[in-house]
Each structure stands twice: as C-alpha cells, then as structure tokens.
Design a protein around this ligand. Structure first.
Ligand code: A3P
Length: 345
C-alpha cells in the first residue's frame, strides 16, 4: 500500500516537473527571440506590399543563431537570397540633438514592424576617417532587413558637424531627417551631466556647470562652451537648410517624448509615411525608472539603459535664468523656421 502511494507521488512529481521545465523552455525560446530581426508587436506584425507579406517572419525570429550571423554580416549568399534580406541605406536619420532623447526615439520607432534600427551610432558623416571608407562601408554597417522595411540610424553629432549636411545630401537628397529637441537649458545641463559622469569615472578634475556656462570675465553666457552652442538649435538648423528644404525635417518634442511619447511617435509615423502601428500597448510607464519603457510582446519588455535619465546636478537659479534669457531669441527663430512652438521659458 505504502509502496503504491509512493509510486503515485513520484508520478505526480514527474508530471509537475515536466510541466515546469516545459514552461521554462518556452519562456527561454520566447526571450531568445530578443535577437530578432523585426519587432514583435501585438498589432499586425507584417506590413508591406502583398506578396512580400508571405515571408515567414515569426518562424525566422526563432532561428536565433542564423539571425545573429545575419546581423554580423556573415550570412551566406544563399541564406540572404532565401530570406530576401538586404542591408539598406537609411531612409531616415535621427541627426540630433545630443541628449534630446535620440536613443529613446530610435528604440520607440523600432517598435514599428516596418522599421529596423541600426543599433550603434555609425558616425559615418561626421568622422572623416569613416567617411573616407565610402558609402558601401556605411551600407554594410546597416542591419539586415526585408526590402519593404526602412532602416533608421541615429548619430546625434551629425546635427552640429559642419560637413554633414552636404555629405548626407550627396548620398540622398530626399532623405527624411529627424531632430529631437528639449528645452535648451535642460539639454545643456543633461549634456554637462554626461560629460561629468565620464570625468568622474576616469578620476579627472571637472568644473561646476555654472563655471563653464558663464564667462567669469564678462559674466555673460559662455558661447564657447559646447553644451551651450549645441543648444542654439536655430544656428545649426540654418546650416542644414542650405541643403534640404524644411519639409524634409521633422522636429520631435523631446520633453513630450518623456512625459507622453505616443502622440510624438504618431507624428513621426505620419512624417515617414508609415501606417500607424505603434500603440499605447507598446509603451508603459515604469515608476521606478520614472520613464516610459517599451513592450514588444507579452514576454519581452525593455527600459532604456541607466545612462539615460541621469539625475542632473543642482544649478544656480540665476545661471538658469541667464541661460534661458540667452536662448530666448534663438528659440523664437527656431519656432518660426520649424512652424512648431515649444513654449520654452
Ligand atoms: P537625461 O539623462 O538628461 O534625463 P540621448 O539618448 O539623446 O542621449 O538623450 C538622453 C535623454 O533621453 C535622457 O536625458 C532622458 O531624459 C531622455 N529620455 C526620453 N525618453 C526616455 C525614456 N523612455 N527612458 C529614458 N530616457 C529617456
């Protein structure tokens, strides 16, 4: 009798154990699809002209090793032909502004099934050494995608680098350009905070923001300070307008992308002529982080890295007021050119 009960118990334990292992394996397989080619969305994951829709995307997503090879550019010609994959030059570039929320914008756009992001900042157009390697080098840096998808890259240094507009124009004069901006003084402090963190890590000496932003001799705003110059958006934009008409730019409100991202993303979808696919489901507020995070599917969520959303140092209010007054006329001009008002103080 006792033996029979023990056998029954062992049988039950075996069934429960198998179920637990099975569920675990399923979860691992789903999360494994993290190294995916195309975002898994709750919405129609396939988009594009009829016929191309037949590509078994979801089946592909589970072939993790194969996709990894594709991303490294190691796919064989046969594999590329079989899956109809290509490395495409970007149809849109997030050209800046540094600390405006460029990473958040790229990651959020990547939720769209027709968008494939270049994960790294490529720095092709702003770095002479890279630029000298030629356009094929740049294309080979792009992720594999299906022909109906669009590739987007972001390198915020493009916005402020003199040579870049002409170089991008030479590649594609009808490319779409995205600029994400934040209130200029906050952006400058965010820029300072990033540099400060790097200096602290290397045990280097650093100055307070106030000392860098204000010229101690004149007590005026120090326009030689890079964090200040980058925030004079209109000066940089005017350089770009020598090559591209204003219609080719879309300005994203980086402050709103933090507090209420969906409407900003919907405006970008429209600008890129993409069907609206990013929904509230894909974005959820994470109270611990204090930011919106991304939801790809029931299993896979992700927040941006900890380096995004740093705590800014306290800055003297008189310096903030001085900076805001300094930026005011440039902001007015920026609103005028872009036909978008941000109500920055
Ligand atoms: P702070 O670190 O000053 O808060 P970039 O990617 O261009 O470097 O911009 C970084 C900024 O993106 C961060 O600046 C942060 O405020 C902003 N950001 C916008 N949306 C975010 C999100 N969902 N998660 C984290 N940071 C976000």
């Amino acid at each position: 009798m006792l033996f029979k009960q023990q056998a029954l118990l062992r049988q039950k334990l075996f069934v429960l154990g198998s179920l637990a292992i099975g569920s675990l394996l399923y979860l691992v397989a789903r999360v494994g699809s993290l190294d995916r080619l195309q975002p898994l969305c709750p919405i129609d994951g396939r988009f594009g002209p009829r016929g191309q829709d037949e590509i078994p995307l979801r089946a592909l997503q589970f072939k993790r090793g194969l996709l990894h090879e594709f991303r490294k550019g190691n796919a064989t010609k046969e594999q590329i032909r079989l899956h109809n994959l290509v490395q495409q030059l970007p149809k849109a570039i997030i050209i800046g502004v540094r600390k405006g929320g460029t990473r958040a914008l790229l990651e959020m756009l990547n939720l769209h099934p027709a968008v494939v992001k270049a994960s790294q900042e490529i720095h092709f157009f702003d770095n002479d050494e890279n630029y000298a390697k030629g356009i094929e080098w740049y294309r080979k840096k792009m992720p594999f995608s299906y022909p109906h998808q669009i590739t987007i890259e972001k390198s915020p240094a493009y916005f402020i680098t003199e040579e870049v507009p002409e170089r991008i124009y030479k590649m594609n004069s009808s490319i779409k350009l995205l600029i994400i901006v934040r209130e200029p003084t906050t952006r400058a402090i965010s820029d300072y905070t990033q540099v400060l963190e790097g200096k602290e890590r290397k045990n280097k000496t650093y100055y307070k923001f106030e000392k860098l932003a204000i010229d101690p001799n004149t007590c005026e705003v120090n326009t030689k300070y890079k964090a200040v110059r980058t925030s004079i958006y209109t000066k940089h934009l005017e350089r770009w307008l020598k090559y591209f008409p204003i219609e080719q730019f879309h300005i994203v409100d980086g402050d709103r992308l933090i507090t209420d991202p969906l409407p900003e993303l919907q405006l970008v979808e429209k600008f890129l002529n993409l069907p609206p696919r990013i929904s509230q489901y894909n974005l959820y507020f994470n109270a611990t982080r204090g930011f919106y995070c991304l939801r790809f599917n029931i299993v896979f969520n992700k927040c941006l890295a900890g380096s995004k959303g740093r705590i800014h140092p306290e800055v003297d209010t008189s310096v903030i007021t001085k900076l805001r007054k300094f930026f005011h006329p440039f902001n007015q001009k920026f609103y005028q050119i872009t036909a978008r008002t941000f109500n920055w103080p």
